[in-house]
Design a protein around this ligand. Structure first.
Ligand code: NAD
Length: 282
């Protein structure tokens, strides 16, 4: 088997086109969808992410407000800024770029974002809603993975899915979205025994460990769908968590890195912003 490429750029373009239509509809009724992006400190990777989010937003008719704060910002200062954005009716989405500088409790800051403006979907209320099967704003990377899976046309009902990684922002919400789609889900992590066997049983593999080439091609079950969330910089090049060429020999579908899950994450962020601006359903 030689895998078909799951082209994240192409699927993201479809999502962004839909988002653009929804943003236009909002503008027609006098609502300008607005995302506030808070960046603390000068982490170069974060600065690139923030710039890319701003560009995408502009392309689909979403306004952005950038708040750049020095690394020396105190936690109480940051909480006051987030609170001001929380109270501002013109701001529909608030995103605090992670990681935050040492000395700031990220969890406290994320919990200060009102759940209905939490376009990253990291607030405990939004994660809790996802777990009980009543999702509102869903974390963007797992949401993007689900859109890619939908693009394959494969029915996930009863399929065996393995998520490698158990972070609160990728692995755990990903597992719950798969569960909601009626897959039988295993979460593997750094303490999992016999990862090759666990991965080898999966019809769907989502690799989100942040370890370059961790998932070997030979582990992949023939005909599986492989989503590589990992973004690792190795010798100046971006690479995923999956040994791509060997995995592509066995998989039915596979995402490249870059150009797979990454573009979907930003597209789903934009989708969350218009969803937040549209307000609660009904
Ligand atoms: P994290 O470090 O918070 O979590 C990594 C998880 O992987 C942990 O739960 C850990 O148990 C597991 N893990 C680590 N080593 C392992 C091993 N040897 N075997 C099995 N499991 C192992 O990372 P994260 O924030 O969830 O991100 C994961 C990766 O995804 C990173 O490379 C990150 O850069 C990338 N990422 C990409 C996007 C995107 O848009 N494509 C978005 C978010 C994160």
């Amino acid at each position: 088997m030689s895998a078909r490429i799951l082209d994240g750029r192409a699927v993201a373009a479809e999502v962004l086109a839909e988002v653009g239509v929804r943003a236009e509809r909002l503008r027609a009724r006098g609502v300008v969808p607005c995302l506030a992006v808070v960046l603390v400190g000068d982490d170069p990777a974060s600065a690139i992410y923030v710039r890319n989010k701003g560009r995408r937003a502009a392309e689909v008719g979403i306004e952005t407000r950038d708040l750049r704060l020095p690394a020396s910002t105190s936690e109480s200062d940051l909480l006051a800024r987030v609170d001001a954005l929380a109270r501002d009716p013109a701001v529909h989405g608030i995103l605090v770029q992670l990681p935050l500088p040492p000395g700031i409790d990220a969890r406290r800051v994320l919990e200060a974002i009102p759940p209905d403006k939490d376009v990253d979907g990291f607030h405990p209320e939004n994660l809790g809603r996802l777990v009980i099967g009543d999702p509102r704003l869903v974390p963007c990377t797992p949401a993007g993975c689900m859109r890619l899976l939908a693009h394959t046309g494969i029915d996930l009902c009863g399929k065996r899915a393995v998520v490698v990684g158990r972070s609160n922002i990728v692995g755990k919400p990903m597992a719950h979205l798969l569960l909601q789609a009626d897959a039988t889900v295993t979460i593997a992590h750094s303490r999992t025994r016999d990862l090759p066997r666990v991965v080898g049983e999966a019809d769907v593999v989502v690799a989100a460990a942040g370890r370059p080439g961790l998932v070997r091609g030979a582990w992949i079950r023939e005909g599986a769908v492989v989503l590589d969330v990992g973004i690792n910089r190795v010798e100046g090049r971006l690479t995923g968590d999956v040994e791509f060429a060997a995995a592509a020999e066995r998989a039915a579908w596979i995402t490249p890195v870059p150009g797979g899950v990454g573009p979907m994450t930003i597209a789903c962020l934009m989708e969350n912003v218009v969803q937040a601006a549209e307000g609660p359903p009904g």
